[in-house]
Design a binder for this molecule. Structure first.
Ligand code: ADP
Length: 244
């Protein structure tokens, strides 16, 4: 962040380097139930960012002494595939991946009725197939679909998006270039119906007014993402059962 980009992040015509309006999301694709051997799964793409989420469980937790008597243990692993970045990333978990696994788990845990499954575990795997900014929020969006696909009772879905400030302009759904060369980036995840925030991080500098505006922008994006999540679930369940 902070470095000067060779390309203009906001062009003369007010549009972004990829032609988007400041409040426009990247083209989004979502598909639920893409894996045979997981209990639930989803593939979500935001522009060039592609993330796969798989959920196993609830199932018995081994070793048993790690289980909890009153609820399920939620475990989460965020991982970037070696081929997901321009320079091949080491497959070994980095500090960044360990930290992201924790914040993503914390972003998803509040929606799961884990008290229904004492002594069990629910495992969430997030595999970044292609990284171009916003992989944590895309991972959260995909994982909440995978939880729903696994039939795990949840209070709401969770949807996420990163907003940023580039060339002094607040923009929705930043990509890698905007993340790298912009002045601030703020990933947000929310329960769209209940309106509760489950992840909020800020790198860089915003004024209090910009922060409020950035949050409003994130909320607008999250509402749009939520609509697409519902459509993806409907496609998987309602339309499939009508066809049968
Ligand atoms: P997020 O993907 O949630 O925005 P970061 O802000 O940490 O997380 O990363 C921004 C982008 O930088 C990523 O989406 C990815 O495109 C790129 N990136 C992150 N880590 C690496 C890495 N180890 N190697 C190459 N590119 C990376």
């Amino acid at each position: 962040m902070g470095k000067k980009a060779d390309i203009k992040l906001i062009r003369e015509d007010g549009l972004r380097h990829d032609g988007r309006k400041p409040d426009e999301l990247r083209p989004i694709k979502m598909e639920v139930g893409v894996l045979n051997n997981a209990n639930g799964s989803a593939l979500v793409e935001f522009g060039k960012t592609k993330v796969l989420a798989a959920v196993y469980g609830p199932r018995e937790l081994h070793p048993r002494h790690m289980s909890l008597p009153d609820r399920a243990v939620i475990r989460c692993r965020y991982h970037m595939a070696p081929f997901s970045t321009e320079e091949r990333k080491s497959p070994a978990p980095s500090r960044r991946e360990i930290e992201l696994s924790k914040v993503i788990r914390e972003a998803l845990e509040p929606v799961i009725f884990s008290e229904l499954y004492p002594r069990a575990t629910i495992d969430i795997f997030i595999e970044v197939l292609q990284a171009d900014g916003g992989t944590r929020t895309t991972g959260i969006t995909a994982a909440s679909l995978a939880l729903a696909d696994a039939g795990i009772p949840i209070r709401d879905l969770v949807a996420g998006v990163a907003v940023g400030k580039v060339d002094g302009v607040l923009v929705l759904d930043i990509d890698q270039v905007e993340d790298e060369f912009g002045e601030a980036d703020m990933p947000v995840a929310m329960m769209p119906t209940l309106g509760r925030i489950t992840l909020l991080q800020l790198n860089g500098v915003l004024t209090p007014e910009e922060f409020k505006e950035a949050l409003r922008l994130a909320e607008k994006g999250i509402k749009e993402i939520y609509k697409l999540q519902r459509e993806a679930l409907r496609k998987r369940y309602v339309e499939v059962s009508l066809e049968e």
